[in-house]
Every structure is written in C-alpha cells, then in structure tokens.
Design a protein around this ligand. Sequence first.
Ligand code: SF4
Length: 440
Amino acid sequence: MKSKKYTIVTYGCQMNEHDSEKISWILENMGYIWTDDKEDSDFIIYNTCLVRENAELKVYGQLGALKDLKRKNPDLILAVCGCMMQREEIRNIILRKYRHVDIIFGTGNIHKLPQLINRYHQSNETVVDVVEDNREIVENIDANRKYSFKAYVNVMYGCNNFCTYCIVPYTRGRERSREPENIIEEVRSLAERGYKEITLLGQNVNSYGKTLSYDYTFANLLEDINKIDGIKRIRFMTSHPKDLSDELIEAMASLDKVCEHLHLPIQSGSSRILKVMNRKYTKEDYLRLVEKIRNRIPDIALTTDIIVGFPGETEEDFNETLEIVKKVEYDSAFTFLYSIREGTIAARMENQIPDDIKQERFQRLLDTLYPIFYKKNLKYQDKVVEVLVEEVSKNNEKVLTGRTRHGKLVHFEGDKKLIGQLVDVKIDNVKTFTLEGHII
Ligand code: SF4
C-alpha cells in the first residue's frame, strides 16, 4: 500500500518548532512520510502562533489558498493546531470561513492526534478538540528532530507572569515543570544517539522547579545534565530577569558545558513602561543584574528582546531604551514593533502609538543596535572559536555554517561531512550578524 504523506507548516517560537517535531514523530509512527510538496500531501497541518499579527494573517491566507487543493483532492486532511486554536473566537472564524479545515486542536492535546484523525475518518465532519485549561504534562512523546546533533528539550510548560502584551499564559496555561528524571532520561537518550547540544526550553526557565513537590531548581537541573556523557553544550531559553537567581549565575559560571550565552529580554529601558508591561523589574534592577552576571562570567554574550511602541511609550521612554541598549551592549537582539494581541490587557489600553511613530522609533533602535553588534563581533577577529557545524550555507554550497558557544553564526569553507562535528575556526572577517573564517 502506498504510504501517506504529510506536511507541517510551523509559525512562531522554538516551543512551536519543537511541538511540530513531536507531531512529525506521531505521524511517522502512524505510517505517514514527510513531503515538502503540499500538492502531494495527504495530510497538511498548520501549527500556528498568536504572538505576531503577521503570523496570524499568513495562516488565514494559506488556509484560503488551500480550498482549491481540497476540492481537487477530497481525501486530503487539513488540520490547524497551536496557539491560535486556543482562542474560541479564532476557532469560530475557522469553522465559519474555512469549512474545508477538518481537524482543529490546541497546544495541550498534540498526543491525541491519532484519535482525532480516527474521529475525523469516522464522522467525516470537522473535529474540534482543545483543552482550555492546560495543566497536563504528557510524557512519552518523542520528536522527529530537525537535526541529529542538537535538540530542543522542554523542561516546563506555560507561564504565570501575565506580561500585559503577551498571550502565552492564555494559550499555554499556567506554569508546570516536568519531573527532572524525565528530562534527564530524555537528554541521556539523546546523548546515546549522538546529540551534542541541548537547548532546554521553557517560557521562563528560571522558575523551573516551583511546581515540583520537592526542592529542585533550574540550577540543579543544569548540574545534573552537565554530568551526562556525550553532551558537549547546554543552552536554555528564555530567562525572565526577575527570576534569575545568584544560584543560576553560579551554575552557569562553574558548569563547563553550559554555554557563555544568556538571552535576557529587557523589553523596554523605561521603568515606567516596564511597570505597565507588568515585567516586575526596573531599569536599575536589570542593570544591576547585568553587572552581577558580567562580574561572574566576564565574556558572556548577552542577547535580548525589545518591544518598540508599547501603548503610552513617550519619546522620553523610548530614549531610555536607546540608552540601556548602549549601556548593556547586546551581542544581538530580537526587536519587535508592538502590535495589538486580542485577549491581552495591553490590547485594551487606549494610548496606542500610531504606526508611523513606531516605525520611526524602530529604525532608530536598529541604527543604534547594529554598530553595537558589529563592535561586539570585532573581539573575535583573528581568534579561534569552537563551532558546532550545522548545515551547508543556503547561498554557497562550498560554505558551511555553525554556531560558537556564544551563539555567534560562523561561515567557513568545508566538507559537508563535518555537519554535526565540533571544529575550530579562525575568524578572518567580522560582520554585523556573522563571523567568517577558516577551519584550522
Ligand atoms: S514571561 Fe511574560 S512575555 Fe514571557 S511568556 Fe510569560 S507572560 Fe509572555
């Protein structure tokens, strides 16, 4: 019998990417095989994101475009899952306007996909299954990981912080930590299969352990994972500045496999805006924290997230963001134009910033950040760095790309057999976003 084929289209963060890896594992266990070609697919699934307006609009556009394909191939199953599906009003839009969608499920019931497909086959009607109150942690779902040498591993799910611009606590539920032995077992099994780099994932990894019934912190977890043979690098994201403990800084400084890179979202340099964002730290708290981290780990690479044009942001507030960016000197940053996310507190704030002002501030922020990124990269000129080789460059098949422990993207010539290996590269040329060098 001919194998059925599937395609997954993923929007959003690493958490969604990893969910798609799990969906892929489930489908392949059901006998499906991957295809890049939607026209050739028997099952197309959209794993959606609510954080960016753009991603949301793209999903509607793509679903609309699939109407014809579904008409041509009535056996095609079309499913939508992920954060967008956690919102009832969006599910209703899909049910009303995109009647060719067959299965709708949420972030908390990926493991039920085989049952949902069966239910659809039996009824031939749209199946909707969303867990509103995400509390469960489902173990025993493996993942078809994109790479065979670096892997995402969830350590916790959900978030309790309710930053006023963020939809995550409503789509992923309250914070809950996986049992450490399940995480350690997963990492051990990855190490046995040859994985070298692990990225521990959680919305706020620094509060890992708070929902366990015994005393065990994220620093303890790093210590235990650091002991696993075969693992060479440990990364984690994301860290909330209010929860980053001295114990964790100490663990980062002393554990040899924990990479010298910390993603520490600031969001705004204005304490007034941070308060309205409900971030629970001030500009001064953040700067003190950076100082503490740099005192203990002097060559740490710091990256961040910044939102421009949050409701009520004045020119003065924005200038404070520019000031903090210059003071901290980030290695890199994800920058976002604030956009209204229905269902959040900030969406109901009246003092929304006009688009032209947001755009103009955004450009000024980039003009400030880029020279800093370049300056930070300059310190690698003529230095030798360890690179985990990831893939062949999309622009030149002779060039490989990989990342340093500090998270820097490096381009260099080499044989693709080196993919998955750790190599030493001497940096010959430095750019704003990348380093270029040769293998030594
Ligand atoms: S910490 Fe804030 S921004 Fe991060 S997921 Fe939680 S609510 Fe969203």
